[in-house]
Ligand binder design. Structure first.
Ligand SMILES: [Zn+2]
Length: 220
């Protein structure tokens, strides 16, 4: 049975990655205030960082639930794809992106999952700090079950965990209004330009009340 153990790698990179994110959040704040002369809501940022601290504190428990769940599913996989094959990672990337799309969709449409995900959308601002405003109950929400089919067809859970971590790291950079358009890349990948327009679409597609501050904050 493949045991999900990205924890040691994660522990190694967590500190530097977090430090880099905090530095970028500070740079974004300085740019917004000093260069673009925009109002910066320090209270919202403090709230986001507080939520992030809580998320980090309960992360080992969530990781334990998800690890146990996906490792149990892996028992039923008829085979294991080789972890040292580039094809496993390439097809794994496509699979994780596909599943992530559905996980996010379910997170908006299934009330049990929305209970956790709504925390992420509870800010009225759209800044890098908002990316760290993540719910504390991802293990209980069951959203990780969306990735179970990948495990069942043989993708090692650790491959899924690493690709998902990279996905979330990339998404940090999408949560800002300061990024310029990414030219032709805007037509291929999820970019900051999409995030702002997706906000309006999410409100309509997922039936979020228009009076919700997320829907009425015109891209923040
Ligand atoms: Zn969402």
């Amino acid at each position: 049975m493949e045991i999900l153990r990205p924890a040691s790698v994660y522990a190694l990179v967590q500190g530097p990655v977090l430090a880099a994110m905090l530095a970028l959040i500070a740079i974004e704040a300085l740019l917004l205030i000093l260069v673009f002369r925009r109002r910066y809501d320090a209270g919202e940022t403090a709230a986001s960082l507080g939520v992030a601290l809580g998320n980090i504190a309960v992360r080992p428990l969530n990781r334990l639930i998800i690890t146990a769940g996906l490792s149990a599913v892996a028992v039923f996989a008829p085979w294991q794809l080789p972890i040292d094959s580039v094809w496993t990672w390439l097809f794994g990337f496509v699979g994780v992106e596909f599943c992530y799309y559905w996980m996010h969709r379910f997170a908006h449409t299934v009330r049990w999952m929305w209970t956790t995900h709504s925390v992420h959308h509870s800010s009225g601002r759209f800044t890098l700090a908002t990316a760290l405003r993540l719910g504390w109950t991802s293990g209980l929400s069951g959203e990780w079950l969306v990735f179970a089919p990948l495990v069942l067809i043989g993708f090692p859970p650790v491959v899924i965990a690493v690709l998902l971590a990279l996905n979330l790291l990339y998404q940090f950079f999408l949560h800002t209004e300061l990024s310029p358009r990414w030219s032709v890349v805007d037509y291929i990948l999820n970019t900051p330009a999409h995030q702002v327009s997706a906000q309006a679409e999410e409100c309509v597609n997922y039936g979020m009340p228009p009076e919700h501050k997320y829907c009425s904050s015109s891209g923040n």
